[in-house]
Design a protein around this ligand. Sequence first.
Ligand SMILES: Nc1ncnc2c1ncn2[C@@H]1O[C@H](COP(=O)(O)OP(=O)(O)OP(=O)(O)O)[C@@H](O)[C@H]1O
Length: 293
Amino acid sequence: MTSTPVIDVDRLNVRYGDFHAVKDLSFQVGRGEFYALLGTNGAGKTSTLETVEGHRTPTSGTVRVLGQSPSDRAAVRPRMGIMLQESGFSPDLTVKESVRLIGELTRRADRVERVLGVVDLTRKANTKVSQLSGGEKRRLDFATAVYGAPELVFLDEPTTGLDIQSRDALWDAVDRLREGGSTIVLTTHYLEEAQQRADRIGLMHRGSFHREGTVAELTRTLPAVIRFALPPSTPEAPPKARRAGDGTFHVETFALQEDLFTLLRWARDHAVELRDLQAGPTRLDDVFRAIDD
Ligand SMILES: Nc1ncnc2c1ncn2[C@@H]1O[C@H](COP(=O)(O)OP(=O)(O)OP(=O)(O)O)[C@@H](O)[C@H]1O
């Protein structure tokens, strides 16, 4: 990372009384990077993000955001867009009034109509927040991240409750922000979304990083798996295949292409049909499942 990081966390500790929620955590996020902070339930992601966003004071350690202390809200707040799990818009305001309020609070320049268009709420502009569906409320929450295309955008479980079209539209809007140079920090339990998009991932467990790095770095220590079923009449299993409890067969491999080729050749030579054949690279789900308490 050559330029000054957008986020610089150094030996952060967060304690709640006797409970040590975040333990000596250090990480940096570079300008324009897409960083996903992931982890098991209770790992300390929210505690970490609340500190970075300036909502919580660290017990110890230092946090710099855009070169400033996040507690200096007047300096930092206009430069970040934060999509929380619940934004808490007033139920009596209309959608348009709520979006206008985002502009006033963040003091960023934008056009309300443009933002409504990006989050696909133009037709609901005069509807009260209390009358929105769950997915529409979530899209209104997303408006806080989009308004004025901030330099730094936090997305906390952004796609929860969104249908597939809304999810695609949200990620398109995030791509647009990235093209404009915004830095993105995502937290989600939908690991596939992080796997597809994140430049780097910090994977937390019990207050510390279990792993940190690119998807390739996180997954390379675990084998890929080829899965298939065999017809009952098959006299023998292919080499390297292990029978799982559900009767399917697994081949664990660090040489996916080579072992898949060997397996397919074996099937052809033995005139066996491999049923429900699945082969793919190691997924983040597998890395999560391998976390040992
Ligand atoms: N105000 C609080 N007082 C006491 N303990 C707290 C408080 N807030 C959080 N904790 C504890 O700190 C730990 C970390 O919580 P945090 O919300 O940061 O985790 P998380 O990674 O965001 O979890 P999840 O994925 O379940 O949302 C948890 O064990 C939680 O019970």
